[in-house]
Design a protein around this ligand. Structure first.
Ligand SMILES: NC(=O)c1ccc[n+]([C@@H]2O[C@H](COP(=O)([O-])OP(=O)(O)OC[C@H]3O[C@@H](n4cnc5c(N)ncnc54)[C@H](O)[C@@H]3O)[C@@H](O)[C@H]2O)c1
Length: 354
């Protein structure tokens, strides 16, 4: 028998892709989304949203919208994706991020309580932003948490963290059960709060929760017009216009770029398991790279000039982000299939030529 799966924020980049996976495995998919103007150019149904999805326009922060939705549907599984996602923007628009990400999640669980409905399983798209700068290892082997870089450090071009012994340190890949969350953006703080709200409610009412902390997701379908969108979508637009890519700091910022189809597989796998526990996974490609190297591959594929390492920087950027995908592989059977070169090729092919 098919299940009803609700996806909040399901009309967005990740939502449309995971909806496709869930439909393919026989689920009834309901999407609840307010078509936020920062990522949707029109007010109509997005073209990437599969036609078999039932789309219900609505805002996760509004009690009345939740009440109307839950009169029509009592989903067995809820994927909670709706969010304000501008990491840098969140430092100057904190309340906006808190309203949707924190209050919206509280509204979700209150709505379930009011409707006397306990879904069997929630899946939350959290973010690697909950780790902030994450854990580092000093030259003498000590693990420490630098907790963000100051403007003075960035102006002095002190890009990497220095250990308590005063020597350069090395970033450690995050592991959900080991690395302490320590956000350095309001966005990261709101994603961590979402995790706590859902975990608390699920434990109290006996629902399962799978939290997936996603690294940098990229691929065709990411909003092109959104200035806060992923760096690779921004790079791809410049590369197809044969413009050089501006690589910040010394080019050695580390990221784990994971292709959208692999992320959709991970979310669909988590949503398909019956689990009444609260569990957290890291989702990335498992193959970290520097921005400079990524930009070089992109420029080569697009026939653009070589990237320029500019030494510019952004306040609040983390220096290194990567994770272990071992737990997701073991429990969810998650095995990313798309290499960076394949993913960048697909992304470049999706950019409209003017
Ligand atoms: N894309 C990434 O690299 C990445 C990385 C880590 C975590 N995530 C998380 O994954 C989720 C989806 O991200 P995405 O990349 O698809 O972003 P997106 O902006 O494409 O999609 C978010 C969707 O949420 C909707 N939305 C926003 N506010 C809403 C509200 N008040 N009520 C209802 N819907 C609302 C938007 O209209 C949009 O369709 C988010 O929770 C995000 O925090 C994304």
């Amino acid at each position: 028998m098919s299940r009803t799966v609700l996806i909040t924020g399901g009309a967005g980049f990740i939502g449309c892709n995971v909806a496709q996976r869930l439909l393919a495995q026989g689920d009834e998919v309901v999407v609840f989304d307010n078509l936020h103007p920062q990522c949707h150019t029109g007010q109509g149904r997005p073209k990437d949203l599969p036609k078999d999805v039932q789309f219900i326009p609505g805002d996760v922060t509004l009690t009345s919208n939740w009440a109307s939705l839950l009169k029509l549907h009592r989903p067995e599984v809820v994927l909670h994706l709706a969010a304000e996602t501008g990491t840098g923007q969140s430092l100057t628009e904190a309340n906006r991020h808190a309203m949707v990400n924190v209050s919206g999640t509280a509204q979700l669980v209150d709505a379930m309580t009011t409707a006397k409905h306990v879904p069997s399983h929630f899946v939350l798209t959290s973010s690697r932003a909950v780790y902030g700068d994450g854990a580092w290892r000093s030259a003498s082997g000590e693990v420490f948490y630098p907790g963000g870089r100051t403007r003075a450090q960035l102006e002095a071009r002190q890009w990497d963290a220095v250990g308590p012994d005063g020597r350069p340190a090395l970033a450690i890949a995050s592991v959900a059960d080991v690395t302490h969350p320590s956000p350095i953006s309001v966005y990261g703080a709101t994603k961590l709060t979402q995790e706590h709200i859902l975990a608390t409610w699920c434990r109290a009412f006996g629902a399962g929760l799978s939290t997936l902390r996603l690294q940098n997701v990229y691929g065709p379908g990411q909003a092109l017009g959104n200035p806060y969108t992923g760096v690779l979508t921004f790079f791809a637009q410049r590369a197809v216009a044969k413009q050089p890519l501006d690589v910040y700091e010394d080019g050695k910022i580390v990221r784990d770029f994971v292709f959208i189809h692999d992320v959709a597989d991970a979310l669909a796998a988590a949503a398909s398991q019956t689990s009444n526990t609260v569990r957290t996974f890291d989702i990335g490609s498992g193959e970290p790279t520097t921005i400079e190297e990524t930009a070089r591959v992109m420029a080569r594929l697009a026939g653009a000039p070589p990237p320029q390492v500019s030494g510019r920087f952004r306040d609040g950027d983390v220096r290194a982000a990567s994770c272990s995908i071992e737990a997701a592989t073991k429990v969810l059977g998650y095995r990313p299939k798309v290499s960076l070169e394949q993913g960048l090729t697909a992304l470049l092919a999706s950019i409209p030529r003017t």
